[in-house]
Design a binder for this molecule. Structure first.
Ligand code: SAM
Length: 179
């Protein structure tokens, strides 16, 4: 569980698209992201089940973050943090399904769902919604491990062309869609 790398997010504010955080919890990164979005007048979307982590068939993910972990966060509490900005939207529901039907084009997304399954499924659905030159910053990626988002991101990079990937801090990786 990391925190948004503000400097990285800022690089993508030159593009016209929307912004999102997938996996919000109490909103500690949301607070930073909404401030940057407001500065650049970009629409921003916050996605979370607000029921905590889902079940997973990956044992190591469940051991680290069991079903229901983080279920003490609420959309109302996050609304108090981001609701002052009129272009902020909170979507309560499970990813990736919560993205369906939304015709959005993102310049920057912070993906922080922790588990393998949520990460790979959401990456697949989000990628076509990313603008050329835009990026997804994935949390919980570790060079020397396979669990959490790590394996999902590796598999995604292997089958998807046109990605520039750059490590950001020890536990995050940035996937940029090449023009
Ligand atoms: C590590 S926390 C997010 C932390 C937050 N990004 C921050 O920087 O403070 C992970 C969040 O993802 C949510 N989550 C995990 N899998 C999900 C899924 N498939 N759909 C929706 N929300 C999910 C959990 O409810 C939890 O609040």
């Amino acid at each position: 569980m990391g925190k948004i790398h503000e400097e990285t997010m800022r690089k993508y504010m030159q593009l016209p698209g929307e912004i999102a955080e997938c996996g919000v919890n109490h909103g500690s990164s949301s607070k930073i992201m909404v401030r940057v979005a407001a500065e650049f007048q970009r629409r921003i979307w916050f996605f979370d089940s607000f029921r905590g982590m889902p079940h997973s068939s990956v044992k190591s993910d469940l051991l680290r973050y069991p079903q229901g972990r983080f279920d003490n966060a609420s959309a109302d509490a996050v609304l108090k943090i981001v609701g002052g900005y009129s272009k902020a939207n909170i979507v309560v529901g499970w990813l990736p399904q919560a993205l369906s039907g939304l015709e959005l084009r993102f310049s920057f997304v912070f993906l922080d769902l922790d588990h393998y399954e949520g990460t790979i499924q959401t990456l697949r659905m989000l990628w076509p919604m990313i603008l050329l030159g835009g990026a997804i910053l994935c949390d919980d990626f570790f060079e020397d491990k396979r669990d959490l988002a790590t394996q999902a991101v590796r598999e995604f990079i292997d089958v998807t062309g046109n990605i520039k990937h750059v490590r950001v801090d020890e536990d995050q990786i940035l996937l940029e869609k090449l023009c």
